[in-house]
Design a protein around this ligand. Sequence first.
Ligand code: ATP
Length: 132
Amino acid sequence: MKTLAVSVVTPDGPVLEDTFQMVSCKAESGELGIMPGHIPLVAPLTISGVRLKGENSTDTLAVNGGFLEVRPDKVTILAQSAELPSSIDVERARRAKERAERRLQSKQDDIDFKRAEMALKRAINRLDVTQQ
Ligand code: ATP
């Protein structure tokens, strides 16, 4: 059975380095399913969960944007942040979600709505990944 070497890197350092059978992720252009032998590709990723299917189990990573680079035998994800469910602080994500929702509901002029929207997406993504 052919496998893919997967490496996930953030500014804080490497998050994961292992081999898998399939990588499923959400690029800005749509869903991608990568298996060994895939044609080379570079694609921007959305704030979403990346599913890594191994021989006996599937891991899901909460990825905050960044890029996917595909070569026939290797997938590299370079992201601003990426967490496995085991390293997600659920309380922190809940607080971040509430903070972002308050900001989005507020009528104040000095709220940066785009920034609050992105923070909300990151928090929801982290909570989703811990529930899978
Ligand atoms: P917060 O407002 O709680 O800081 P954030 O979405 O603004 O959340 P980021 O800027 O995306 O945080 O991430 C900053 C760093 O903190 C990254 O290293 C990221 O992996 C980590 N991080 C953020 N939220 C969590 C969380 N809920 N659990 C674990 N690590 C987190």
